[in-house]
Design a protein around this ligand. Structure first.
Ligand code: MCN
Length: 692
């Protein structure tokens, strides 16, 4: 049921649909709907929801409890033993609040049922058109709607950031209404709809503990988390990883032992647990370990940079199996941190900090040396409804030597049209301007699982390279026939002519393409095209080191970011300008939850942040001038040596900012301030610790 029958479970739940021929009449229709609400007991705090006398949020479930699932990874006994034998243990409770993806455009669709063709076409703001089509076929199969009779088109969707992966009730209602009326039906959220009903991320209460030696070696990590998933169905679905990619909890550090457990809980809030520009739960995990690294370093009186260098997984340890059992592909964490320290002038800043502190001023330096986990598949780890997570590319070289390439992913602003074309150009020597890249139409593009989890380069990009290499093989056979020489005597070599093509002996790819349709070897199929479905052998593990410098106003508690240096490593880079753009956007989406964003509910479950007056996004005014740079540690298993980059900065930035703020206040006795670090929270912490 996409609309509730008799009980509304959260503020923002759609209760009725009005269908009209224009927007104004629809708005009048909405005003005419009169809903009588009888207040029922609610629970919005996940800890209270776990108490035995709590109201039950999902009475439709067999188990009369708000506990959804328990998930754990690592070796509990070994970890407990390591804790009992360590020199020191450090514990901190960290809350990572509920936040919301605020894309430039909200969600919407146009559904058109064509009763003559018996075909449904849906133009939809989705990041995963093929998967959505399969879901629609499975859900609507009993209405006689088969998959080949559904076409999902995802046009430019105004940004996604993970928030346009779910199937929202509005999509289903528009489709149903088109069936009923035989007319095309449009549904588009307004901003308030989006802010109260669309997907929410995080809302994780993390209790983190580190066991360490006196010399600063971190030995074991123990994390216990309560995850508030609101009134959700998705979180209740049996899935291999209800806690997402929390496996990355050990981050860049060589912990001998680790144990992580997460409990999912229902509350009377909208469905939670969706992504906010991060592979599910990666920011939460990374934030926790990066905060803990800083707290332990401060407790032991060791400089946080020196402390990290000591505890990093070393460059020669890759491929590295973490204490939580996942194999990191490659990394050089020291290299990234050294570069960031050089760029920002770390030693000078520490000297300046000491001087400032003597004068009573508050200046802090925060580091975050994160590791990301992106690129879903491989299919042995991930599936959607049982469909293995791979992605695909179709490349067709036309007789005149230009090309059309189609992919199963869908760019929402990541620039696939440019980077996929570059990948093919590099492999085949066809100029980028002669390559058309298409995505997002299930009638034309090959099947794929979509764009999220920074998976496009790792999967579809790799598929593009593999398909292009298949074309090279066929081109070699054609050239061998045309030139009457053995295939083994032909080498691809850079073309010196102005067309910039690669050359197979004396034949350019354009000449070979023409021959593929006009003069190909007897017995060979005509044409020059190839398909690849790429299932990566592993995830990719991009990483980076960020350093943030803040000044804090003692009078108002305002945090001012003076400098922020970001050194990222996503292996080989396909397009440096696009990667830099991704890092800039990602950093701003890391700044947002660190200092500004939080969805707040009152004790009745009423959303108190349903407009941009209350839910604060940083604007250009609040955003510092990011200073970015790269190191390059190729992925050994990706055909191009590339790793994903779309989310790294969002994952890495919040901890750098929070660490900088606490670093400024540590000498006063402040160990932690939960994000968003608002002026009010800082002001309070200053007053509580004797600063007036
Ligand atoms: N790239 C590259 N070299 C690399 C890695 C990536 O040139 N070594 C390029 C890629 O070819 C691609 C871009 O960088 O053009 C991002 O690639 P990738 O990291 O593979 O991520 P995806 O394309 O899968 O994008 C998903 C990622 C996620 S999960 C979110 S959320 C997000 C993001 O990208 N949402 C975005 N960036 C966004 N940017 C915009 N403008 N809008 C969104 O909604």
């Amino acid at each position: 049921m996409v609309l509730p029958v008799d009980t509304v479970k959260f503020d923002g739940q759609e209760v009725a649909a009005v269908l009209a021929t224009d927007r104004y009449t629809a708005a009048d229709g909405v005003s005419a709907v009169d809903v009588e609400y009888e207040p029922l007991p609610v629970v919005v705090d996940p800890f209270k929801a776990l108490e035995p006398d709590s109201p039950i949020v999902r009475e439709d479930k067999e188990e009369k409890s708000n506990h959804i699932w328990h998930w754990e990874v690592g070796d509990r006994d070994r970890t407990d033993r390591a804790f009992s034998q360590s020199d020191i243990t450090v514990k901190e409770d960290i809350y990572i609040p509920r936040i919301h993806v605020s894309s430039i455009e909200t969600c919407g669709c146009v559904a058109q049922w064509d009763s003559v063709q018996e075909k449904l076409t849906v133009w939809m703001t989705t990041q995963a058109p093929h998967a959505i089509r399969t879901v629609l076929a499975l859900v609507a199969g009993h209405l006689g709607l088969a998959e080949h009779k559904i076409r999902v088109i995802s046009p430019d969707i105004g940004g996604g950031f993970g928030g346009k992966v779910p199937v929202y009730p509005g999509y289903v209602l528009a489709i149903a209404a088109s069936f009923l009326t035989g007319h095309p039906v449009k549904w588009v959220e307004d901003r308030m709809d989006n802010l109260i009903s669309a997907s929410f991320a995080r809302d994780y209460h993390i209790s983190a503990e580190v066991a360490a030696r006196q010399d600063g070696t971190m030995e074991a990590l123990r994390i216990k988390t309560v995850a508030d998933h609101g009134y959700t169905d998705a979180a209740a679905n049996p899935s291999k990883f209800p806690a997402g990619l929390f496996h990355i909890c050990t981050g860049s550090y060589d912990f001998s032992d680790a144990f992580v457990e997460v409990d999912g809980v229902y509350t009377n809030k909208p469905p939670g647990g969706i992504a906010y520009r991060c592979s599910f739960r990666v920011t939460e995990a990374v934030y926790a370990v990066e905060r803990m690294a800083d707290i332990v370093a401060h407790d032991l009186g060791i400089d946080p940079a020196e402390f990290r260098m000591k505890n990093f997984v070393k460059p020669d340890a890759f491929p590295y199996r973490s204490a939580l059992g996942w194999e990191y592909d490659s990394g050089n964490y020291q290299g990234a941190l050294e570069k960031a320290m050089d760029l920002i002038g770390y030693e000078d800043l520490r000297r300046e900090q000491t001087e400032k502190r003597e004068q009573g001023e508050l200046m802090g330096i925060g580091i975050s040396s994160f590791t990301e986990i992106v690129g879903a598949g491989p299919s042995r780890h991930f599936d959607i409804l049982g469909i293995k997570m791979f992605d695909s590319a179709d490349i067709r070289i036309h007789p005149t030597g230009t090309a059309t390439a189609r992919f199963g992913t869908r760019s929402q602003g990541q620039g696939h049209e440019t980077t996929y074309a570059q990948i093919i150009a590099e492999e085949l020597g066809i100029p980028v301007s002669d390559i058309a890249v298409e995505e997002g139409d299930t009638d034309t593009a090959p099947y794929g699982l979509g764009t999220y989890a920074s998976r496009s380069t790792a999967t579809a990009g790799a598929a593009g390279a593999v398909a292009a290499r298949k074309i090279r093989d066929k081109a070699r056979a054609i050239a061998s026939y045309l030139l009457d020489v053995g295939e083994e005597d032909l080498e691809w070599e850079p073309e010196s002519s102005s067309c910039g093509a690669l050359r197979l002996c004396r034949k350019t790819i354009q000449e070979i393409a023409f021959a593929a349709y006009t003069d190909h070897p007897p017995g060979m199929e005509a044409g020059l095209e190839a398909h690849s479905s790429y299932d990566p052998p592993n995830l990719t593990y991009p990483f980076g080191s960020y350093i943030c410098v803040v000044d804090i106003d003692k009078g108002t508690g305002e945090v001012k970011i003076r400098r922020f240096v970001a050194v990222d490593d996503c292996g080989n880079v396909i397009n440096p300008m696009i990667v830099e753009g991704q890092v800039h956007g990602g950093l701003t989406m890391g700044l947002a939850p660190a200092l500004y964003e939080e969805i707040v509910y009152d004790e009745n479950g009423q959303n108190l942040t349903s407009t941009f007056m209350d839910y604060l996004l940083p604007t250009a005014v609040e955003t510092p001038a990011w200073e970015t740079d790269m190191t390059c540690t190729p992925s050994p298993h990706h055909p191009l040596g590339a790793k994903g980059i779309g989310e790294s900065a969002t994952v890495g930035a919040p901890a750098a900012i929070a660490n900088a703020v606490v670093d400024a206040l540590w000498h006063l006795g402040v160990r932690n301030i939960d994000i968003p670090i608002t002026p009010a929270k800082v002001w309070q912490a200053l007053r509580e610790n004797g600063v007036t």
